[in-house]
Unconditional design. Structure first.
Lengths: 380, 48
């Protein structure tokens, strides 16, 4: 009987008995993510479920990510099928006003330059010894776009999903810290003081409605592999601009996006099992992700400088930094930075254009990359 | 294919492909704005 009582008490402390050294470390990391989300307000909608998922999966013997564990069921249903990032994209499309981008289509190019970090980081990852598909997944952190990073990584390098998605979302939330120093280093005071002409918002409803349709068809034919990403974001935007399915558009940007964000976040957190996550490789992925976002910002600002020269000083190069996909945070950073140097400088709408271009740009960059990989025979 | 060839191909085709695609899309947008300018549209009637 004493033996039975002893075994019963041993069962109560099973979690402690089976603890691996990495589990408490990862629980601490989960708590840091919760702290950043709750106290600092860094992407709380994602960092809170990710942090909590990280804590849950690091409790030994609970088996939440084992077969039939509830986190495994969510992960298999939404991440492995690529459904969650795509549903999020419908919501993003429904939330985004591409008006500022259509108002000044040249800012599309800033959205392209803001993706160069993807390809430069990919090359660096190859130099550091990663294989082709791992390098592609690491480079995609530079899209500064969580759902795109998750879509590509879950498909081609699922073992890196935890590190890549945590890097993508964490750095996205740190855009206000990462971008300003790079913007200051690469521009002169005179360039930063450039006052841009007020945006006219001269876009007709028909043009706004045709935009998602044309981009889907055109982008789909150019890079068919990225059509799920492009098609879903443009479907959301078409619903928004059509004005006839307000309920669907509202549901996509609110209820559906909220539920999927919760499930997506907790699934990503669930990939952060200490025994798998704690590798030197993870640290390299995090470092490369940071490098990718710095490069994106630098390339965007540098193209902004080229446009400044070509237009005879009519474009403030700072808006180039908004050519990434962190929408609308990056545009706000540009506006704040511009106001520091000239109180009459209202860059927000111009930066919003570049930022919306960055959103389309990140999706197109991923689509182009996947189509090139298909063309080279690396993926089917 | 060796890693060097892969990296260079991705850099050229990736960066070039992205900027060409988005450049082409911006041209299409300019054309769309020309075909459907703002002034040609009637203001929607208010129900209130």
């Amino acid at each position: 009987m004493l033996d039975a009582i002893f075994r019963a008490f041993a069962g109560l402390g099973a979690g402690f008995l089976h603890m691996h050294w990495s589990n408490p470390v990862m629980i601490a990391i989960g708590c840091v993510l919760l702290y950043l989300g709750v106290k600092k307000g860094f992407e709380p909608l994602l960092l809170v479920p990710i942090g909590f998922g990280c804590i849950l999966v690091n409790v030994p013997t609970a088996g939440l990510m084992e077969r039939d564990g509830f986190l495994r069921v969510i992960y298999d249903a939404g991440i492995m099928t690529e459904l969650f990032p795509l549903l999020i994209f419908v919501g993003i499309g429904a939330m985004t006003d591409f008006g500022p981008l259509l108002d000044n289509p040249a800012t599309f190019l800033l959205g392209a330059a803001g993706q160069f970090g993807i390809f430069l980081t990919l090359a660096l990852a190859l130099v550091l010894g990663f294989n082709e598909l791992d390098a592609v997944s690491i480079g995609i952190i530079g899209a500064c776009d969580g759902p795109t990073a998750i879509y590509v990584t879950s498909k081609y390098a699922p073992h890196l999903l935890g590190a890549v998605s945590v890097a993508a979302y964490s750095y996205m939330s740190l855009v206000p810290v990462i971008q300003p120093p790079i913007m200051r280093i690469l521009t002169t005071k005179k360039e930063r003081e450039t006052v841009m002409k007020a945006s006219t918002q001269s876009v007709s409803r028909t043009a706004k409605l045709l935009f998602p349709l044309v981009i889907t068809i055109l982008g789909g034919f150019i890079a068919p592999k990225g059509l799920p990403l492009l098609g879903t974001i443009m479907l959301g935007n078409f619903m928004r601009e059509s004005g006839v399915v307000t309920r669907l558009a509202k549901a996509s940007e609110n209820e559906i996006a909220n539920v999927v964000t919760l499930l997506l976040g907790i699934s990503i957190g669930a990939t952060m099992d200490g025994r798998i996550f704690f590798k030197f490789q993870t640290l390299i992925v995090l470092a490369l992700g940071f490098f990718a976002i710095c490069l994106d910002t630098a390339c965007g600002v540098l193209l902004g400088k080229v446009m400044y020269v070509l237009t005879g000083g009519k474009i403030n190069p700072l808006i180039g930094a908004a050519g990434i996909s962190a929408f609308p945070m990056s545009a706000r950073v540009v506006q704040k930075e511009g106001l520091k140097y000239c109180k009459r400088s209202y860059l927000l709408m111009h930066a919003m254009g570049a930022n919306a271009g960055g959103q389309v740009g990140s999706v197109m960059a991923a689509a182009v990359m996947l189509s090139i990989l298909t063309g080279m025979g690396i993926i089917p | 294919m060796d890693k060097f060839t892969f990296a260079v191909t991705m850099l050229i085709a990736g960066m070039g492909g992205t900027i060409l695609t988005l450049g082409f899309m911006s041209l299409i947008m300019i054309v769309l704005k020309k075909i459907f300018p703002l002034k040609s549209e009637k203001k929607p009637q208010s129900n209130s």
